[in-house]
Structures are given as C-alpha cells and as structure tokens.
Design a binder for this molecule. Sequence first.
Ligand code: NAD
Length: 304
Amino acid sequence: MSDIAFLGLGHMGGPMAANLVKAGHRVFGFDPMPAALDVARGNGIEIAADANSAVAEADIVITMLPSGRHVIAAYQGDESTLGLLASAKPGTLFLDCSTIAVDEARQAHDIALAAGHRAADAPVSGGVVGAENGTLAFMVGASEEDFAAAQPILEVMGGRIVHCGGSGLGQAAKVCNNMILGISQIAVAEAFVLGERLGLSHQALFDVASNASGQCWALTTNCPVPGPVPTSPANKDYQPGFAGALMSKDLGLAESAIDLTGVDAQLGRHAREIYKAFADGDGANQDFSGIINTIRAQSAATDV
Ligand code: NAD
C-alpha cells in the first residue's frame, strides 16, 4: 500500500481519491475549496493543512487540476509558496491526471525530473461516472519504469490503462481521441437535422446509420436526438454526460497541438470554433451532443 498525496478534489479528483482509500491506500488530500474538503474528509481522505504538507510524506503525488497553468504553478510554486517538487521526498512519482496541453505535460515532466523525481502524464476519459465507479480509461505518457510504478495505482481508479509512449504522449492520445469525438458528434448532429428537413424519421436514420458506415460512438451511445438510444443525454434534456465547456477546452488543446505541429487539420480547427461558440453561448453546462439544437436553430427555414 502507498502513501499518496491527492491535489484537486473536485468532480473527478474527489471520487478518484475516495477509490484509493477504499483500496487501502493512505491518501493525504488538499483543495482550496472548503466544500471539496468536506466531501473528501467524509470519504476517509486525510486533509492536509496545505498542498505542501500533503506531499511531504507521500510516495506518489496525483494532481487532478483544471489546466496546465495550475499544474505547472503547483509544481513550481512562486515567490511566496514553495512548489510541490521542492516539498516532496526525492524520487517521488508525480502523476498528473489533469487534461492539459502536450507541451505543458512535457514541461511538467521535465521540471519534475530535473528536481530528482519521476513523472507521468495520465489523463482520463470516462467522466464523473467513470471516476465514481473506478472505470476510467487512462492514457499514459511515461518511461517503461515509471509506467510500471504508476500502473497498480491507476488500476484502482480505472478499467483500461494504455501506455501510449514517453512524456506527453498520454495527453497526445487524449487530444487526438477527443478531436475525433468533437468532429463526429457535429457530423452526426448535422446528419439528423438534414434527415429531418428531408422528411426522414430519427429512428429510420438511426436504424440505417448504426448498422452502416456512419456507425460511431457519437451515434450509437451519445445519439443527439431522443428516442433511438434511451440512455443518451438527449433523453434527459441534454444533461451531461460530457459538458460543452469540457469539449471546447479539449478542442482548444487540440488546436494548440495542431499549431505546434503544423498539421492541416481543418475539421479539427472548425470543430473547435463550433464548440467554443456553443460553450460561450448557453452550451457550457449542456452535454456536447446539444450542439444539434444550435445547428437546427441556425439552419435556414425552407420548405423542401
Ligand atoms: P473541478 O473544477 O471540479 O476540480 C478541479 C479542482 O482543483 C477544484 O476543486 C479546484 O479547487 C482544485 N484546485 C485548483 N488549484 C489547486 C491547487 N493548486 N491545489 C489543489 N487543488 C486545486 O474539475 P474536474 O471536472 O474535476 O476536472 C479536473 C480535470 O479533469 C480537468 O483537467 C478536466 O479537463 C479533466 N477531465 C474532466 C472530466 C469531467 O467529466 N469532469 C473528464 C475527463 C477529464
């Protein structure tokens, strides 16, 4: 059993830390939000006075923070606060599970190694339900040795753990997957609105496309219209699911990676534009399949 520091006890980190306690690990937690600390305390997490005290005794430090800026600031500290890297015992394994940019992940990895520690990027998919049920998918960027050290801990919180390669490649896998997802959810939504205009029923389009070459997760699990897939967010007034704000964030990270690499990813860039407008409007807290309502509303009123 390990001594683990867990920083960022929000929607995802809270239940992930609780699963580590359930599995018998000792977990020292910290989050600046008092409400998050109250829930964590109830789940058996030992609340530290601050982030530095949480990491001081730990063998493994897990971060589940809003952005790369938060991760690097926490690792490095500033004039008034000692960073986590300086507070940890030599050789501590720093496991960042937040979704951040590939270049930020590599920077976090490099400064952790330079400070005498070990590091891995291990972003997740599976959302809050996956975090609660311990069924998250982890995409890991690390050396073979650091991956082997992280794996037993990740297995407590996840169902599928994929070693994607070295530093930053966990984030690379996440950004590529979510770029496919964002583009395909828009494609499915456009097809349903087009079908509506042509007089095609939702069920007929679903029955054809779900058994043909249009088949994809955005259609068969996250179907953007109510009816064909009773468990999809469309049947619950587009309650997430995966919120529009998170899809917009992830496509922003995809766009940074596109800029960095110079890839001619026109659909990835366009999907980012579409989801940014959705999240800046009223879609931030809706499931991202709610983009169908924007497409319908923006479609010209014509009689076919
Ligand atoms: P959240 O806002 O609920 O939680 C983040 C927590 O970090 C907050 O409680 C905040 O107070 C805390 N925090 C900020 N700075 C801190 C610091 N220096 N030390 C300790 N705690 C600090 O966000 P979330 O939904 O739990 O998401 C966390 C990460 O997981 C994000 O990077 C997100 O993109 C990613 N993610 C989220 C989901 C999802 O469905 N929510 C799915 C996959 C990945």
